[in-house]
Write a protein that binds this ligand. Structure first.
Ligand code: CDP
Length: 207
């Protein structure tokens, strides 16, 4: 049996990992999963009881892929809710099988998130860690929000990213960190095409 062709793409918020992961999936004809959406969906499900740990665990155990199509999941409120419930180990465990089954689909899969190369698919043949300076990421997120017609202030966007980076990196369950063997791609000074080319030349010989 040939091993699954998995591309793991991890990194902090607004690093460009989602855009890159989607492009890679199109290029290779692989399935694509934005795993952040799973945590957003669970967080959104318990938005009225966000401090309630048991409610978050129950929601993660009842996770239904149909939840992923809700337009509200794209917003910053869902991102904040996600970064709170994603620190709960039982929530992460409940979402593990779904992600691993997704990753095992032929002919291959690209998953983007925070712990794909470290926890979900540690044996993935190609792992990327996509990052950029936090100020650059805040500018990108601001532009994206403005493009969607969401009125936003740079300082607030920056603070939100700093808070989420801190929570995601400091938590004990699957913290955000560079996986063993991952290619670290700093996108601070690169445009989307340059990021794609750099990723492609590293991945192609590995899968
Ligand atoms: O697009 P952005 O990076 O802003 O957000 P996202 O990837 O949808 O992730 C939202 C939050 O979900 C993150 O801040 C993490 O706390 C959490 N998350 C996680 O813990 N593990 C993942 N594999 C993906 C997201």
């Amino acid at each position: 049996m040939t091993s699954p062709k998995i591309i793991a793409v991890d990194g902090p918020a607004a690093s460009g990992k989602g855009t890159l992961a989607a492009k890679l999936a199109r290029h290779f004809g692989f399935h694509f999963l934005d795993t952040g959406l799973l945590y957003r969906a669970v967080g959104y499900q318990v938005r009225d009881a966000i401090g309630d740990r048991d409610a978050a665990i129950a929601a993660a155990r009842a996770f239904d892929p149909a939840w992923l199509t809700q337009p509200e999941l794209r917003g910053d409120e869902a991102a904040r809710l996600a970064s709170q419930i994603s620190a709960i180990p039982e929530v992460r465990t409940a979402l593990l099988d779904f992600q691993r089954r997704f990753a095992a689909q032929p002919p291959g899969a690209v998953l983007d998130g925070r712990d794909i190369g470290t926890v979900i698919c540690p044996d993935a043949p190609a792992k990327l860690y996509v990052t950029a300076d936090v100020e650059v990421r805040a500018q990108r997120r601001l532009k994206e929000l403005q493009g969607r017609g969401v009125v936003s202030i740079y300082a607030a966007v920056l603070q939100d990213l700093i808070d989420r980076d801190t929570r995601d990196s400091a938590r004990s369950a699957a913290p955000l960190k560079v996986a063993d063997g991952a290619f670290v791609l700093d996108t601070s000074a690169l445009n989307a095409d340059e990021v794609f080319e750099a990723a492609l030349s590293w991945i192609t010989p590995r899968i």
